[in-house]
Design a protein around this ligand. Structure first.
Ligand code: ATP
Length: 376
């Protein structure tokens, strides 16, 4: 087994920059998920690691050794594709055993090894069938079996669940996680689905427009998103981001939103980021984003607002929309033309929502959209 290191990888297709200075690592036996919207460069990066594409510059190392100049077939890496890429005319047994045949492994050993792998994936009873006689989930397991049988140093998986329906996808997601842990194989897994990333990844690499936005453990990214892109990408629904200006006056700090007459008073006990500007220095304060997760807003009654505002940020607005998702409900609150999604504890939807937010649940982002840390 080996760790995978991706260092300053850059890839250009003509004028298109598909990857720009991407650096992160996958520890020995770790599962790292690359996640991001369509066109962010996920597949390109995976193909470079697999040796199917050449990078423009940078380095990829497996178990400490550079592999950039090795042909794809000489890299000890197995790839599972979105399309499964099974051979339709071959049985499941021959599909799984194909990499062993290529390596001229003795037939009796190969048969035994294929059987073991098929048993571990619970498809031993399907060995005589052809891919056309299998369900999507079964095909997906055959594709996994073909990757496992080689005992490679690393797995690369490109959206392996995207052809499955929602229920099967959730089941297979946890099966792949368990299997990966059991085998302890270093794995790089690509998806555009943030739920898949959050539930499967030991660590997550979030990409946008060819650049790595943040790399870390799922909860770290959820709790401390590095920028507004990450904040708006993770979570269902994602973090609310409200634009405004943060200014310090003699009396305290306040947050003014465009189109809103009333400024929000930030409680004097609340830490504010260093980007805050004194009112009067440029008259308006610093452009910032106030970020808050839907679950971190509490509904209060009009009578409780004054008391709540002593230690919390409070804001009010009409409810423009609500959505019931079985046991949870969301409402959209209109704050001076900006939308804020909140979760409702009970199913009663108020006409006007009065909200209180604890200062520690607020994330501030500066005008460039980067997390603005608050002094602890
Ligand atoms: P998706 O989720 O839609 O598969 P992705 O994140 O995997 O997207 P890539 O396929 O890696 O994205 O593409 C990254 C960028 O590189 C895109 O702008 C794409 O148009 C461009 N690109 C990818 N392959 C080529 C190619 N062979 N020639 C030219 N441009 C390419």
């Amino acid at each position: 087994m080996g760790a995978l290191e991706i260092e300053q990888v850059h890839k250009r297709f003509g004028k298109t920059v598909a990857l720009s200075d991407v650096t992160f690592d996958v520890g020995d036996g770790e599962l790292v998920v690359i996640v991001g919207p369509s066109g962010c460069g996920k597949t390109t990066l995976l193909r470079i690691v697999a040796g199917l594409d050449q990078m423009t510059s940078g380095e990829v190392r497996l178990d400490g050794a550079p592999i950039s100049n090795l042909a794809s077939s000489r890299r000890d890496i197995a790839m599972v594709f979105q399309s499964y890429a099974l051979y339709p005319h071959m049985t499941v047994e021959r599909n799984i055993g194909y990499p062993l045949k290529q390596r001229r492994v003795p037939k009796t050993y190969a048969r035994e090894r294929v059987r073991q792998v098929a048993e571990s994936l619970e498809i031993a009873d399907l060995l005589d069938r052809k891919p056309g006689q299998l369900s999507g989930g079964q095909r997906q397991r055959v594709a996994l079996g073909r990757a496992i049988v080689r005992e490679p140093q690393a797995f690369l998986m490109d959206e392996p669940l995207s052809n499955l329906d929602a229920k099967l996808r959730a089941e297979t997601r946890s099966e792949i996680s368990k299997l990966q842990r059991r085998l302890g194989v270093t794995t790089l897994y690509v998806t555009h689905d943030q739920v898949e990333a959050m539930t499967m990844g030991d660590r997550i690499a979030i990409m946008h427009a060819g650049r790595l936005q943040q790399f870390g453990r799922p909860l770290e990214l959820f709790d401390q998103p590095a920028n507004v892109f990450v904040a708006g990408f993770l979570g269902t629904p994602p973090m609310n981001l409200i634009r405004g200006r943060l200014a310090r006056t003699g009396a305290g700090t306040h947050f003014t939103m465009p189109g809103e007459a009333r400024a929000l008073e930030v409680p004097s006990s609340a830490p504010v980021p260093e980007v805050v500007r004194a009112a009067g220095s440029d008259n308006d304060g610093a452009h910032v984003w106030l970020g808050v997760r839907p679950g971190a807003t509490a509904l209060v009654s009009p009578g409780e607002l004054a008391e709540a505002s002593r230690h919390q940020i409070t804001l009010s607005g009409p409810v423009s929309r609500s959505e019931l998702h079985g046991d949870i409900a969301y409402a959209t609150v209109d704050i001076g033309g900006q939308e804020l999604t909140i979760t409702l504890d009970d199913m009663r939807v108020p006409d006007v929502a009065h909200l209180a937010i604890k200062p520690e649940d607020i994330r501030w982002f500066d005008s460039a959209g980067d997390l603005a840390p608050v002094p602890s």
